[in-house]
Design a protein around this ligand. Structure first.
Ligand SMILES: Cc1cc2nc3c(=O)[nH]c(=O)nc-3n(C[C@H](O)[C@H](O)[C@H](O)COP(=O)(O)O)c2cc1C
Length: 371
């Protein structure tokens, strides 16, 4: 039986959950031209998932992206659709939770709910849902859809998610007379595996996005600002308190981009090689423009932001030898993160060394069981 508390713990007792982020996309999260950049191909994803499952990683989180960012590599130009990707990986793994990252406005909630249930049955209760509202106008245009005003995006998502949850839970036929979503005489069977429901997360950063997560989701994914862990700790405490005030529990997860090598110098050199000397700057500049990050708006730290973007689309860079990497991840955990979604330039090449050297150190710090 998939008990809800076990689902929320991602079926692991480790205090710090670790996952892999962005492996369903070409180049993953590193905006780089280096030859060994991640392929995002199915065989590589499958090998990675089996390896991660064996090593005790708790989750894999894909990026929901429909259109490449261009540049020299067409950054994230090839992406595997996330729910079908999750279904395939769930069939091939035993322990870890695999998320689908789903644009609520682009898929009908009744279809979505049944897809999630199907993946959840394939994984015997290990499917998770990352609901996103979208932030790229060009992706929506591709669907002939219009992106709603920011606040309305999250109002829509609330209705959409309520409809999905009703499909998961209602034993009766139901109507759903929403403002955005109208459903009639819905029958949705089977229910999610084992009586629970998939873990739901969201990565809203704005007040509206965070309020949506606080009121409707199990977990909020928030970026850790580089070098500002106290700020992150205050954020975690704040959103958790807001959730408790409405009778809910909320976990906060974050994102880190890891370059771990035998020595700090080796790690620094590789980091520089990938995301400075060989960054796909044309793609970086397109992403910056799409996000409205211009030198005029951010005169003081535009160059730093540009660099940060090349490195893992903005996740906090963790660069160093195993002692340093373990210490940084532990500090993020101590600041309140329940879990960290990691990315690497080439996941398959780098995860074995990371696992061998860093997981044991984290176990020594009491954050994970010894492997
Ligand atoms: C960890 C993380 C994962 C995200 N994954 C996606 C994604 O796969 N697809 C997407 O369109 N947006 C994704 N986003 C963007 C968020 O859903 C959200 O739109 C963004 O953080 C802006 O927040 P806001 O909508 O509250 O303004 C992600 C953000 C974070 C921090």
């Amino acid at each position: 039986m998939a008990i809800q508390a076990d689902r929320l713990a991602l079926y692991s007792r480790n205090a710090l959950k670790l996952g892999l982020f962005g492996a369903n996309c070409s180049s993953g999260r590193a905006v780089t031209t280096v030859a060994e950049r991640w392929s995002g191909s199915w065989p590589d994803c499958l090998r990675l998932a089996r390896l991660a499952d064996e090593l005790g990683f708790e989750f894999m989180l894909p990026v929901g992206r429909w259109k490449g960012y261009g540049g020299d590599t067409d950054y994230q130009g090839e992406t595997l659709e996330t729910v079908t990707w999750a279904a395939g990986l769930l069939a091939a793994t035993q322990r870890m939770t695999v998320f689908g990252t789903v644009h609520a406005p682009l898929i009908h909630p009744v279809i979505a709910a049944k897809q999630f249930v199907t993946a959840d049955h394939i994984g015997a209760g290990r499917f998770g849902l990352n609901v996103v509202c979208g932030w790229n106008e060009d992706e929506f245009e591709m669907f002939g859809a219009t992106m709603r005003a920011h606040q309305a995006r999250y109002e829509y998502a609330r209705e959409w998610l309520n409809a999905v949850k009703l499909c998961w839970s209602s034993r009766e036929e139901f109507d759903f007379p929403g403002e955005y979503v109208t459903l009639r005489q819905v029958r949705a069977k089977p229910k999610p595996f084992g009586g629970g429901r998939p873990v739901v997360m969201n990565a809203g950063a704005s007040p509206a996005g965070q309020a949506f997560a606080i009121r409707n989701c199990d977990a909020l994914f928030s970026m850790t600002p580089k070098g500002k862990l106290e700020e992150f700790a205050a954020h975690v405490q704040g959103v958790k308190a807001q959730a408790r005030a409405v009778g809910r529990e909320l976990d906060v997860y974050t994102v880190a981009v890891v370059t771990c090598r035998k020595s700090g110098r080796e790690a620094e050199e590789y980091y520089r090689h990938c995301v400075i000397d060989n960054a796909d700057w044309a793609a970086v500049d397109r992403i910056m423009a799409m996000r409205g990050v211009t030198r005029e708006r951010f005169p003081d730290d535009f160059d730093e932001r540009r660099m940060h973007q090349a490195n893992g689309m903005g996740g906090v860079p963790v660069v160093g030898d195993p002692d340093h990497v373990a210490a940084e991840l532990a500090a993020i955990a101590r600041a309140g993160a329940r879990g960290i979604a990691l990315s690497f330039v080439n996941y398959l090449q780098e995860v074995p060394f990371f696992a061998q050297e860093v997981l044991g150190r984290l176990a020594g710090m009491g954050l994970r069981a010894a492997g």
